[in-house]
Design a protein around this ligand. Structure first.
Ligand code: C5P
Length: 398
């Protein structure tokens, strides 16, 4: 595989494994890839700027406040010009800074400013790797879609045994190739995805909502982007990060969501994973007051627009319209009827009954209902359901 025409921004942080980054640069250069290197102060204790410069055949960047660099190429530019940012080795310190959004030197400033995917190759002592702080930091980074390679298990420089050794340069190269050279069957296609709950105001301080976390919809948006689609993600209020490569339109109410979806057309694919509130109230302009002795206010509910049904009948209609059916009983029967009633091509049906831990959980067990019949999928991580669905969608456009 060739990485010709690609550019990697390689950040070398501190640690005895930093010498292996030189071998990584050699492999990348042999694969036709340009490498801009940034050396942290810690990294500079283990490799010299000169050796990195010789291997990358480019100036090595180290100082955030270098005036010449700022005029030649602002630090933001450095990350914008790259196709991928790779941190190898990634010390416990730089991973902690990334997780907490610190921008205390050039490397961490670039990591905070980048709009590109980031791959980290952690390397540290096994106790540091297993420390609750590092475990939490890694979880934060994974949740933000930072890709991770390694660490490997083995004897470390400090003679302890365990996980913490930097992944071999060949394995880091393979991880880079799989991120940069993944097939993009949906390139040139536009996908619209709705996700999350909607919030319907009762008055200026209260609202009606539901337990949707947005995890499934966001994962589908990310999976479609990973296959090369341009993705517009219209999401209600959620507490999860936006997947890389996805354009987010944040909304609150069903009415806002419908307007954003209509505005996002035309689209080739439209996936409606949002748990849209079926009803809204005629919201009061002022806060409803609790008057002692008075009866509680009655909330008059008004039907919300059906976004899926509206877009499924829009002109031009997206070629593939996919709806969700979250049911607590008679899942297949209800979902099959829903597919026809709403005018969508596929329905992804799931049982959200008590004890399934699907709504808001990390896993999903779905049935895919198409014009050809019903497929019962096993219980999978929501990310895996999303990847499988995205591949099935790509087949429609093959
Ligand atoms: O009718 P029901 O809410 O069960 O339908 C679920 C499907 O319809 C989901 O795909 C959901 O995103 C979509 N929907 C919608 N607008 C609504 C209600 C549901 O787009 N107002």
């Amino acid at each position: 595989m060739s990485l010709a025409g690609k550019r990697i921004l390689l950040i070398v942080s501190g640690g005895i494994a930093a010498y292996k980054s030189l071998e990584l640069v050699r492999l990348l250069r042999r694969s036709g890839c340009a490498v801009s290197a940034v050396l942290t102060a810690g990294g500079a204790h283990f490799v010299t700027p000169l050796s990195l410069q010789a291997l990358t055949e480019e100036k090595v960047h180290a100082d955030l406040f270098s005036l010449t660099d700022e005029s030649e190429m602002g630090h933001i530019q450095l990350s914008r010009a790259a196709d991928l940012v790779v941190v190898a080795p990634a010390s416990a310190d730089i991973l902690a800074k990334m997780a907490h959004g610190l921008a205390s030197d050039l490397a961490t400033t670039l990591l905070l400013a980048t709009d590109k995917r980031v791959l980290v190759a952690p390397a540290m002592n096994v106790r540091m790797w297993e420390h609750a702080a590092t475990v939490a930091n890694m979880q934060t980074l994974r949740d933000r879609h930072v890709a991770v390679v390694g660490p490997d298990e083995g004897v470390m420089a400090c003679n302890e045994f365990g996980f913490g050794r930097l992944a071999e340069p060949a394995a880091i190269l393979a991880a880079i190739e799989s991120l940069l050279l993944a097939p993009t069957p949906l390139a040139g296609r536009h996908a619209l995805v709705t996700s999350g709950p909607t919030h319907e105001p009762i008055d200026p301080v209260r609202y009606i909502a539901n337990r949707s976390s947005g995890r499934q919809g966001h994962a589908i948006a990310g999976a479609l982007a990973a296959l090369g689609a341009r993705v517009t993600l219209v999401s209600g209020p959620v507490a999860i990060p936006t997947p890389p490569g996805v354009d987010l339109v944040a909304v609150e109410t069903a009415a806002d969501m419908l307007a954003a979806c209509t505005q996002a057309l035309p689209a080739d694919i439209a996936v409606f994973a949002a748990a849209v509130a079926d009803w809204r109230t005629e919201a009061a302009g002022l806060k409803l007051k609790k008057t002692p002795g008075a009866a509680p206010p009655a909330l008059a509910l008004v039907l919300n627009p059906d976004i899926l049904a509206t877009i499924a009948h829009a002109t031009p209609r997206p070629r593939l319209v996919v709806g969700f059916a979250a049911e607590t009983h008679d899942v297949i029967a209800h979902a099959t009827a829903k597919r026809l009633r709403k005018g969508c091509d596929w329905i992804v049906a799931n049982d959200v009954g008590e004890g399934t831990n699907i709504m808001g959980g990390a896993e999903n067990e779905v049935h895919l209902i198409t014009e050809f019949g019903i497929e019962n999928w096993p219980r999978l991580a929501k990310a895996d359901v999303a990847a499988r669905l995205a591949h099935r969608m790509a087949e429609v456009f093959a």
